[in-house]
Design a protein around this ligand. Structure first.
Ligand code: SAM
Length: 254
């Protein structure tokens, strides 16, 4: 049921997400680092779980991927991803609607790279483990899995202010696990985009990776506002300076 309401939220806000250039706070603080950690992608087959309207998928294709396959639970987001790819893509790009928790219909048996950019945020801990297990089974030897999530401390240390927040509504760090925290993330043009986040502790991510059979330690990057961001647009970024905004997990398999 929760998945239906998240799909509805993204269906309703698909136009706010559709973009051809960096616009949302995380387009600056997180997605460029995903691309950086994903490299090299030349010649790689990439699976983008929770691809949205295809913003990251398009960047991956432009970076030289051999193919990109995206799945998203929101049919409105998938429609926009398909439309953008139809008007010219540097490699085969396929997008389909589906829930990550039961999506089995992959065009390939194995992928060299798997990404889930702010999608795991919409899963419970049990669902996350299921999805991690599926994704691991489709990673080629020597493959890499990268996912990003809101920093689990953010709802506890940040006021409900732009350019990003999540509201714990008084639920504590442990009691709030698997509860949905509503929030907002801002675009540089001043628009606020509604987001949600199924709260998890830091340990929950490690435990899910282990339960799914990943055997190597992830590389962790706590994502933040940098000097470059401030030089670009101080007014937009300065409210988030010093906060751990998001976390990137990168897992390289043998
Ligand atoms: C914050 S958006 C990020 C979209 C895209 N990854 C990006 O970085 O632009 C999260 C996406 O996850 C999708 N999503 C949420 N729950 C999902 C699920 N259970 N299965 C597949 N997609 C899901 C939403 O529809 C939404 O498009």
């Amino acid at each position: 049921m929760q998945a239906d309401s998240f799909a509805g939220m993204f269906d309703r806000n698909a136009d706010q997400w559709a973009r051809q250039e960096p616009m949302i706070l995380s387009d600056f603080t997180a997605r460029p680092i995903v691309l950086q950690e994903l490299a090299p992608v030349t010649g790689k087959h990439v699976l983008d779980m929770g691809c949205g309207e295809g913003y990251v998928a398009r960047l991956v294709a432009q970076a030289g991927a051999e193919s990109v396959f995206g799945i998203d639970i929101s049919s409105e987001m998938v429609g926009r991803a398909q439309q953008a790819a139809a008007s010219g893509a540097p490699c085969p790009m396929t997008f389909e609607s589906g829930n990550a928790t039961n999506f089995q219909d992959f065009p390939r048996e194995q992928f060299d790279r798997v990404i889930a950019v702010f999608m795991v945020s919409y899963l419970t801990c049990a669902e996350m483990t299921t999805v991690f297990r599926t994704l691991r089974s489709h990673l080629a030897p020597g493959g890499r899995f990268i996912f990003t999530v809101p920093h689990p401390f953010l709802p506890y240390i940040r006021p409900l202010e732009k350019p990003v927040y999540f509201d714990s509504k008084g639920r504590d760090y442990f009691a709030g696990v698997d509860e949905s925290y509503e929030g907002c993330i801002w675009r540089r043009d001043g628009k606020a985009v509604p987001v949600s986040y199924m709260h998890k502790t830091f340990a929950d991510y490690f435990n899910a990776l282990a339960a799914a059979g990943f055997q190597t330690l992830p590389k962790i990057i706590e994502l933040k506002v940098s000097e470059e961001h401030l030089a670009l647009d101080r007014a937009f970024f300065e409210g988030a300076v010093g906060y751990p905004l998001q976390v990137l997990f990168r897992i390289d398999v043998q």
